[in-house]
Design a protein around this ligand. Structure first.
Ligand SMILES: Cc1cc2nc3c(=O)[nH]c(=O)nc-3n(C[C@H](O)[C@H](O)[C@H](O)COP(=O)(O)OP(=O)(O)OC[C@H]3O[C@@H](n4cnc5c(N)ncnc54)[C@H](O)[C@@H]3O)c2cc1C
Length: 293
């Protein structure tokens, strides 16, 4: 086995160009499990751990876009200042594995594996994130919706590196919730991220672990837009929230597997979506009462 310990993006890219079949490793919290269980055979590795640039993030004040390096660990997303810019990502990061996993695991790895149960992915979907890819010859940006193409399949070409993802800073409530077979250290059986863009007056919801890839429940979003505005609106009734949850559940196509049944997953989504909408309505009402911050 050969291992290239890259110290720059350029070094990693030239190692990939020389050997596009080489496996990239960031935190190793997915890849090493595959190796240890003999599910994948790895001949050549390009390690990204020493590439400092991949572990940086940057807020562009002019565009209000936050660019998060693919190697930034979850432990950093949980804390301020990143936590304050993207609260839903912090909520999702807090649910990933144990502190050890969160110290090593990254969004680049979550996107690289592209499991429908990856906790970072519904957040990226609800925020309409952009994935930045680079090869030694070119750079391209792909919408996260086009990037996730199936169960553990993504649009990355073998010679490409995920260098970062960009998400907009959104004014308004955003939250993430998941259920699994226990309260902690658990892969999602169902998950949901809801983002209320108060300026645009829209609500977006993405669902995890209930289809081959993360689902943006666009029909549910469109239905909600005809029903109510969340901005300062205390009238989001339990009935409306329940219907919102049921509609979101209807957009899933879950399976029975060792983590859950399809029926339970649908039920879980209806409850998670309903609760997130009620939280959003409550937050938006509270913010309106407090006035602008
Ligand atoms: C005990 C345990 C608990 C876990 N709990 C959770 C959980 O609760 N929620 C959850 O979502 N996940 C969980 N995971 C899975 C894992 O931690 C996450 O998916 C994490 O985001 C992977 O990141 P990583 O940096 O470790 O990826 P790695 O293992 O380094 O890489 C994963 C894949 O992505 C590719 N890759 C990595 N970086 C790049 C890059 N820059 N460009 C292109 N491809 C790249 C690799 O080649 C590999 O195919 C858990 C894992 C373990 C072992």
């Amino acid at each position: 086995m050969t291992v290239v310990n890259a110290t720059s993006i350029e070094q990693a890219l030239s190692a990939l160009a020389a050997n596009p079949q080489a496996r990239l490793i960031q935190g190793g919290t997915d890849l090493m499990v595959e190796v240890n269980f003999n599910r994948t055979k790895v001949e050549n590795v390009v390690s990204l751990r020493r590439v400092a640039e991949l572990r940086r993030w940057h807020l562009d004040d002019e565009t209000s876009m936050l660019r998060i390096g693919s190697g930034v660990p979850y432990a950093e997303m949980e804390r301020a200042p990143l936590r304050d810019y993207v609260p839903a990502l912090a909520e999702a990061a807090r649910t990933v594995g144990s502190p050890q996993i969160r110290a090593a695991g990254s969004l680049g790895g979550n996107l690289g594996t592209c499991s429908p149960a990856g906790d970072g992915l519904p957040v990226l979907s609800a925020l309409d994130a952009v994935v930045h890819l680079r090869s030694s010859a070119a750079a391209r940006d792909v919408s996260v919706h086009d990037f996730m193409v199936g169960v553990k399949r993504n649009a990355r070409q073998p010679h490409e590196l995920i260098v970062a993802v960009s998400v907009p800073i959104v004014q308004g409530f955003q939250g993430y919730a998941k259920v699994g077979t226990r309260n902690a250290m658990v892969i999602s059986a169902a998950s949901a991220c809801l983002v209320h863009d108060a300026r645009a007056g829209t609500v977006r919801i993405a669902l995890g672990a209930v289809a081959p890839t993360v689902v943006r429940a666009r029909a549910t979003e469109a239905w909600l837009a005809t029903q109510t505005s969340l901005v300062g609106n205390p009238k989001v009734s339990d009935t409306l929230a329940r219907e919102f949850g049921q509609r979101a559940a209807a957009e899933c196509s879950p399976i029975d597997d060792h983590r859950s049944t399809a029926d339970y997953r649908r039920h879980a989504i209806s409850v998670l979506a309903q609760r997130l909408l009620l939280r959003a309505a409550y937050e938006s009402t509270a913010t309106t009462k407090r006035g602008p911050q």
